[in-house]
Design a protein around this ligand. Structure first.
Ligand code: ZN
Length: 136
């Protein structure tokens, strides 16, 4: 049983997975009013434009909330931490946290993206960032 359900790109988020393949966290924004949005969608909720473009995120953010996900077939294994990440771009992304103990996760924890291959699927993951804030 695979531990990861492989992403199935569609027309709206193909660019996102293309970016992941290149080790980039790409986000979408409206090409007309530049409003950023995630998850990708065909139309801007602000100006209703269907023109859109991708841009590369800094990959930095903070933890908003998280859950521990225990795998049903291996309940004793280390739980995967599924987290909502508030990106510096002002968007919220669902991902996994690595490199941190479940008991050390806290709201506002600075994190940064990295890319890991999990069960043959390359995915954006987040880990604690120790240099967060210096670039701001
Ligand atoms: Zn717009």
């Amino acid at each position: 049983m695979p531990r990861v359900i492989p992403p199935v790109p569609d027309a709206d988020d193909q660019f996102f997975w293309d970016g992941v393949a290149e080790g980039k966290l790409l986000l979408q924004r409206c090409a007309s009013c530049k409003t950023k949005r995630h998850p990708p969608s065909p139309m801007c909720a602000v100006c209703l434009s269907v023109e859109r473009e991708a841009f590369e995120a800094t990959g930095r953010g903070t933890v908003y909330s998280w859950i521990a996900s225990h795998h049903p077939s291996t309940p004793d294994a280390e739980p995967r931490i599924v987290a909502l990440i508030d990106l510096d771009e002002g968007l919220r992304l669902v991902s996994n946290l690595q490199g941190v103990a479940l008991t050390d996760v806290r709201p506002g924890l600075p994190v940064e993206v990295f890319f890991a291959e999990i069960d043959g699927v390359k995915l954006p993951q987040f880990r604690p960032s120790h240099s967060h804030g210096h670039a701001q």
